[in-house]
Design a protein around this ligand. Structure first.
Ligand code: XMP
Length: 431
């Protein structure tokens, strides 16, 4: 292993992630482990140089005060405790304010850790760990083309090459050119084992006449798992499932001690007889670190800085019961919006931007005759955590240019609107 590590044991503190980031900020890698880890497990963590316990009010779970196993103090590793007072600690502080100024000296003097955390070392370590875990066996990965799955695919290709099979399911609700770019980058440039499944017809048929947004989501999610499962069954001897789980996914799903914020749907969903062991090399990374990892692996910047795209894709932007005609209008107008945002430099500035096509028409004129066609709604928002959002105040000339192009180039559209609503009361998506 190339990098030293400070282990944080999870006693339920919401500050654990802040602490991990502080330590990584000092150039030393840090990971968070469950509080009930055994001494042997702790000893087995490669290059662990010291341990930090962060206590606080969440240390009481269901009326019981949780603690680490006393045997851990016999491992010989230095311990630091914050808001917690175990007997055998090298350093103990009442609060983070008291501990913070001492953190550097604990990490470098007491633990003798080296500041060798960087992406090259992280990648080298993960490649070694994946090779150790997988051996000469085979791994399957659902590759959506999103940031996390793309980065994990690239890392796994580096580690195990053709032992990895990527499955890209096109559900017919992808943005224009998206599946093509997955094929171009992964099959043509990275020479991956890529199975491309065009399931568009299957999804669109299932979605016919389904207007309720939650029903649409359930159908898309359920069908996705069935298609993936069918592909998995066709492949022989797969024992592992690669996943682009990242650290915030784990925190939001709840750890042994921290409460769940929301359930995490990346894991599970496959039937019992398709049990795989998981390979999750990014599970300790924060989003910005995942992007840095992607860049260090040589992925194109457009892929690494891709705006978030919902699992149900354009399906929740083609409002109500999806029709092919309106879906095409969403896809074409979205492509124009993305092109013009890029030209205006807004692609690097705006968090998420897309178009919506509702399921009603309005009156217009075309070639001196009355026409009855759909509107396109443009939405561009900024946010930190997607819980609240403000709109981007796009300059009029940019909006007018986009409007002009949509009017001329997109079929069945006679009106363009700009959504001015922040979240709340609106949500980012319309469905
Ligand atoms: P809302 O509309 O709830 O969106 O303000 C917040 C963020 O979540 C994305 N989003 C989804 N992502 N599956 C996803 O993977 C979904 O069903 C879904 N719905 C919304 C949305 O694009 C925004 O970034």
């Amino acid at each position: 292993m190339k990098q030293d590590m400070i282990v944080i044991l999870d006693l339920g503190s919401t500050e654990n992630t802040v602490l991990a980031r502080e330590i990584r900020g000092l150039g030393v890698y840090s990971e968070i482990y469950p509080h009930d880890i055994t001494a042997q497990e702790l000893k087995n963590i490669p290059n662990a140089k010291g341990v930090i316990l962060y206590g606080g009010p969440n240390r009481v779970v269901d009326g019981v005060e949780i603690d680490v196993r006393p045997e851990l103090y016999e491992t010989g590793l230095p311990f630091m405790a914050i808001d917690h007072a175990p007997a055998k600690c090298q350093a103990s502080y009442k609060s983070w304010e008291e501990a913070a100024p001492q953190l550097k000296s604990f990490v470098f003097d007491t633990c003798q850790a080296e500041a060798n955390w960087n992406m090259e070392n992280f990648i080298a370590d993960q490649i070694e760990l994946v090779r150790r875990q997988v051996g000469d066996r085979k791994v399957l990965l659902a590759l959506s083309g999103g940031v996390d799955s793309s980065v994990v695919a690239t890392l796994l290709i580096r580690a195990i090459g053709k032992q990895l099979t990527c499955v890209h399911v096109n559900h017919g609700l992808m943005r224009k050119g998206e599946s093509e770019s997955v094929i171009e980058v992964f099959k043509n440039q990275l020479d991956a084992n890529l199975v491309y499944v065009d399931a568009s017809e299957r999804f669109l048929t299932k979605l016919e006449n389904v207007a309720d947004p939650e029903d649409k989501r359930k159908i898309i999610g359920g069908e996705f798992i069935r298609v993936f499962e069918e592909e998995a069954r066709k492949l022989e001897g797969i024992e592992f499932l690669g996943q682009g789980t990242i650290y915030p996914d784990i925190v939001e799903s709840g750890t042994k001690t921290a409460k769940a914020v929301k359930s995490h749907h990346n894991v599970g969903g496959l039937p019992e007889d398709l049990k795989f062991e998981l390979v999750e090399p990014l599970k300790q990374l924060f989003k910005d670190e995942v992007r840095a990892c992607g860049l260090a692996l040589g992925l194109p910047a457009e892929m690494v800085y891709r705006q978030p795209f919902p699992g149900p894709g354009l399906g929740v932007r083609c409002l109500g019961a999806i029709t092919r005609e309106r879906l095409e209008a969403v896809r074409e107008s979205d492509a124009i919006l993305r092109e013009e945002f890029k030209k205006a430099g807004l692609d690097k500035k705006v968090w998420q931007y897309f178009t919506i096509v509702p399921d009603f028409k309005s009156v217009g004129v075309r070639d001196n005759a009355r026409c009855f066609e759909y509107p396109v709604i443009i939405r561009a928002v900024n946010t930190v955590d997607a819980m609240t959002a403000t709109i981007e105040q796009v300059e009029w000339p940019v909006l007018l240019k986009i409007t002009d192009r949509i009017m001329k180039e997109v079929k069945n559209v006679n009106r363009v609107c700009y959504d001015l609503s922040p979240k709340p009361n609106a949500t980012i998506e319309w469905e």
